[in-house]
Design a protein around this ligand. Structure first.
Ligand SMILES: Cc1ncc(COP(=O)(O)OP(=O)(O)O)c(N)n1
Ligand code: 3NM
Length: 186
C-alpha cells in the first residue's frame, strides 16, 4: 500500500501527483498480478476525484463524514495515539484501519502526541482487533526495529524515512517487509 502525503502542494498539484502515483501503481500492479492500494493523506476531495482511499488524522474531517463522501467501498484510515482516541474511532464506527503512532519519536513528524511504545501498541492493536479494525504502526520504524513491531501482533507497518530516505528504496522496502512478515506471531 502506498500513501500519498504532501503538506505543501496546492490542491491541483496534489491531485496531479496522486493521479500519477495511482496510474503507476495500477501499471506495476498489473505487471505483477496484484493490486497496489493507493491511499491519500488528509485530502478527501482528491481521494473522491481519483477514486482512492483516504487516511485522516484526529484534527481532520471525521471518518463518518469521509464515509458519506467516499461510500461503503472506500478504505478509511484514522490516526490514533492512545486508548481514548481509539475508543472514539470505534464508537464512530466508520474506520477500517487505525494508524497507531508515533511508536517512537521521529524527525519526519514532530507535531505528534507522545510516543506510543511497543507495549501500548500491543494493547491498542488487541482492542482494534476486538472491534474488527485493522491496526498498523507508524513512526520511527526502520529495518532495525521492524521485527519488534511485528511481534506486537499489529497488521502492518508504515514508514516514510526508512524508504524515502534510503539510497536504495526498493531494497529497503523488501527488507522491511521481510523483517515484518518473518516476525509476525503465528
Ligand atoms: C497509516 C498512517 N497513520 C497515521 C498517519 C498520520 O496522519 P495524520 O494524523 O493525518 O498526520 P499527517 O500525516 O497529516 O501529518 C498517517 N499519515 N498514516
Ligand atoms: C506521517 C506520520 N504520522 C505519524 C503519527 O504518529 O501519526 S508518525 C509519521 C511519520 C513517520 O515517518 P518515519 O517513518 O520517517 O518515522
Amino acid at each position: 500500500m502506498i500513501q500519498v502525503r504532501d503538506k505543501d502542494l496546492d490542491d491541483d498539484a496534489f491531485v496531479e501527483l496522486a493521479r500519477q502515483v495511482r496510474d503507476v501503481a495500477r501499471e506495476v500492479g498489473e505487471q505483477h498480478g496484484r493490486e497496489i492500494t493507493v491511499i491519500v493523506n488528509d485530502r478527501v476531495e482528491a481521494a473522491r476525484e481519483l477514486g482512492l482511499d483516504v487516511h485522516v488524522g484526529q484534527g481532520d474531517m471525521p471518518a463518518s463524514q469521509v464515509r458519506e463522501l467516499l461510500g461503503a467501498e472506500a478504505i478509511i484510515g484514522v490516526s490514533v495515539s492512545n486508548a481514548e482516541q481509539l475508543e472514539g474511532v470505534i464508537a464512530e464506527g466508520s474506520a477500517d484501519v487505525v494508524g497507531i503512532g508515533p511508536i517512537w519519536n521521529t524527525a519526519t513528524k514532530t507535531d505528534t502526541d507522545p510516543a506510543v511504545g511497543l507495549e501500548q501498541l500491543a494493547s491498542l492493536t488487541t482492542r482494534a482487533h476486538e472491534a474488527g479494525i485493522v491496526a498498523v504502526a507508524i513512526g520511527g520504524i526502520s529495518i532495525r526495529n521492524a521485527s519488534e513491531v511485528a511481534a506486537t501482533g499489529c497488521d502492518g507497518i508504515c514508514v516514510v524515512s526508512a524508504i524515502a530516505g534510503s539510497e536504495d528504496p526498493a531494497t529497503s522496502a523488501t527488507f522491511l517487509r521481510r523483517e515484518f512478515v518473518m516476525n509476525q506471531p503465528l
